[in-house]
Design a protein around this ligand. Structure first.
Ligand SMILES: [Zn+2]
Ligand SMILES: [Zn+2]
Length: 646
């Protein structure tokens, strides 16, 4: 008999050779129907793998990420089989699961495929899947494995096998298809009910551009047709909400090859939007006791040697700038923290002066390879809404709670209500990976967990995910399309205070080391605006949107009155424009809709006579004729309802 421990701590005594599927059946038939993958003692196993020793078992269904991974990887085998049957002689290489689906890299030799071939391949793959073939793993000796692929003339698999240890090599069979594979499959192909091949792209063997270019076929699959349909709708919507597309349409930002890739240029409307976000945060920060500081865009190389950034990232960042006469070395600032440490160091502090909270919208520069750049989410220069808090160990819990309050205020005011938090703590089995003493770590981790608890956050604790210098709390946001984004982060740091020899005088008159908290609720302005665009589809909260209302005169005759309306709105601090073009009101409305302007104010004969405006909301709702005063009240009521005071 062996002992199997389940995630809830329950221990089951079962016969040696029992499979994960047997364990599932022992729990309930319902569970057994849904289990598609399993992990035993931190190793992915098949649901049919005989368990031969004591250990802990986790069973996965489609609802788990691990389950999806097994599902998608298993589908890649089926797609590979379909490809092999339709294009004899091709060479298969690797077919892993990815975040959303899977891919298979194939050497098509003299043959080739394009996106128009994908539906036929999908059909074939689905036909195979319906055969309900079991996935069966078997061990193969290195010699046999090499022979198998040498006979096929597949040099890619041969190369993979050559790097494997004899005795660890396995093949996976289903139907008439065999593939070199480590494992991690669903029970049988019949569970795959819907397959969609999404695209075809070029990919170098082993990601090395010196190697041969292969064809990568991307796909995704689901246990229900309905889920595929929903996913495809989501993809369509995501395309419409792509921040690069919306950023252009709404005239927020642009890029110039002349200025350089990965360096965003903010257009007037985008700059105004950013300015509003900054003012919003500055106001809340002021109330929370932060002080603004300003530091330069470059710093001496020595500064980053002291901070440790140079040793860690130096080779992978923009290379030093040299002065012509003195041959000094400067680096573009990759982080604001070292500068803020030196601000702290410019003045002696006693425990009564702490905490010190220095905030800066600091622009930093990090080298990213050109292939990695993506709109505003992966750039080479960006502005962090950064701040560093220097406090005593005793103050850590309170400071942490204050930062959580501020972060929640920011997220709620911007319409993000669906978020989770992750507390990243040490890996207790590897204390050598972390700096600082165990007692401080313990206190800091507990302070974060207590703070999250007291603030009623939904959180998970991930051990081993802490930075080497301290534990942290990350906010993860689910956007309107259900995608996860990492947003603001709060980190405790024992490292920099030591490296910069930061001190304060305690009540005992001795010098002590402060703790440092790094925090950025937005993360960076660039990334945040990108996320906000994709989350809202450009329909920003009213307080933030660049243009809140547009006045649409029915004809030239009513321009004077339209200007009067505009004046009165501007007096009430409403951001409005007039569309004076000689176009029909219908056309002006359609264009204002595309520009996501929340209110369209139509003025013609009747409105001018009665001193009113006809108000139409973005999306088509007719609010009727209102006086400008009533309209201004409506706008400020709506703003106050989202922008709660801090
Ligand atoms: Zn496999
Ligand atoms: Zn920092």
């Amino acid at each position: 008999m062996i002992k199997i421990t389940l995630p809830d701590g329950a221990v089951k005594e079962v016969e040696k050779g029992t499979t994960p599927m047997d364990v599932a059946k022992g729990i309930s038939e319902g569970l057994a129907r849904n289990v598609i993958s399993a992990k035993f003692n931190d190793t992915t196993v098949e649901t049919t793998t005989p368990l031969t020793e004591n250990g802990s078992l986790t069973l996965y269904t489609w609802n788990d990420d691990e389950g999806k991974k097994a599902f998608w990887h298993s589908t890649s085998h089926v797609v590979a089989q379909a490809l092999e049957e339709m294009y004899p002689g091709i060479k298969l290489t690797i077919g892993p699961a990815i975040d959303n689906g899977f891919y298979y890299d194939v050497d098509f030799g003299d043959q080739s495929i394009s996106e128009k071939d994908l539906p036929e391949i999908e059909k074939k793959a689905l036909e195979i899947a319906r055969g309900k073939f079991d996935y069966k793993m078997r061990s193969v000796s290195k010699a046999d494995a090499l022979n198998y692929y040498k006979n096929q003339g597949n040099e890619y698999k041969v190369e993979l096998i050559e790097n494997l240890e004899d005795g660890t090599i396995t093949f996976c069979d289903h139907s008439t298809f065999t593939d070199l594979c480590r494992g991690g499959h669903i029970p049988n192909t019949g569970i795959i009910k819907a397959i969609k091949l999404l695209s075809v792209a070029g990919a170098y063997w082993r990601g090395d551009e010196k190697n041969k270019q292969l064809t990568r076929v991307y796909g995704i699959s689901f246990p229900k047709q309905k889920e595929l349909t929903e996913y495809l709708e989501l993809l369509e919507e995501a395309k419409k909400r792509d921040h690069r597309k919306l950023g252009k349409e709404l005239e927020l930002f642009t890029f110039s090859q002349k200025v350089g890739q990965g360096l965003p240029l903010w257009l007037p409307k985008g700059a105004a939007l950013r300015e509003r976000l900054e003012q919003f945060l500055k106001k809340a920060q002021k109330k929370a006791g932060y002080e603004m500081v300003v530091t330069p865009h470059i710093g001496q190389k020595e500064l980053y040697v002291t901070s440790g950034h140079y040793a860690k990232y130096g080779a992978d960042s923009f290379q030093p700038i040299h002065t012509p006469k003195e041959d000094e070395e400067f680096l573009l600032k990759p982080m604001n923290c070292p500068h803020h440490c030196e601000i702290y160091n410019s003045h002696p502090f006693s425990y009564k002066d702490l905490p010190k909270r220095y905030a800066e919208f600091g622009t930093v520069y990090r080298y990213e390879q050109s292939g990695e750049l993506h709109g505003l989410t992966r750039v080479r220069g960006f502005t962090q809404d950064d701040a560093h808090i220097f406090c005593t160990n005793e103050q850590l819990n309170d400071e942490f709670k204050n930062v959580i309050d501020l972060t929640l205020y920011v997220l709620n005011s911007l319409g993000f209500n669906n978020f989770t938090a992750q507390v990243s703590v040490r890996d207790l089995e590897h204390p050598e990976k972390y700096i600082g003493n165990a007692e401080d770590w313990e206190k800091a981790e507990q302070a974060i967990i207590d703070a999250a608890e007291e603030k009623g956050l939904k959180y998970v604790v991930e051990s081993g995910e802490a930075a080497f210098y301290g534990p942290k709390l990350d906010f993860m946001v689910k956007d309107a399309l259900g995608r996860n984004w990492q947003l603001g982060t709060i980190q405790v740091d024992y490292n920099l205070p030591k490296r910069f020899d930061l001190t304060y005088k305690g009540s005992d008159n001795e010098l002590h080391r402060p703790v440092m908290i790094h925090r950025a609720p937005f993360g960076s302005m660039e990334r945040f605006v990108a996320l906000l665009l994709e989350h809202t589809g450009g329909n920003f909260p009213l307080w933030l949107i660049p243009v809140q209302a547009i006045v649409l005169p029915v004809s030239e005759k009513h321009e004077k009155y339209a200007e009067k309306v505009l004046n009165s709105l501007e007096n009430d601090e409403i951001r409005a424009l007039i569309d004076k073009r000689n176009e029909t009101v219908g056309k002006k409305i359609r264009e204002a809709e595309l520009k996501k302007i929340p209110f369209m104010l139509i003025v013609g004969e009747q409105e001018e006579a009665s001193g009113t405006i006809s108000v139409r909301r973005h999306g088509g709702e007719d609010l009727g004729s209102l006086s400008t005063d009533t309209f201004s009240d409506l706008v400020s009521t709506e703003i106050n309802s989202t922008l709660k005071s801090f």
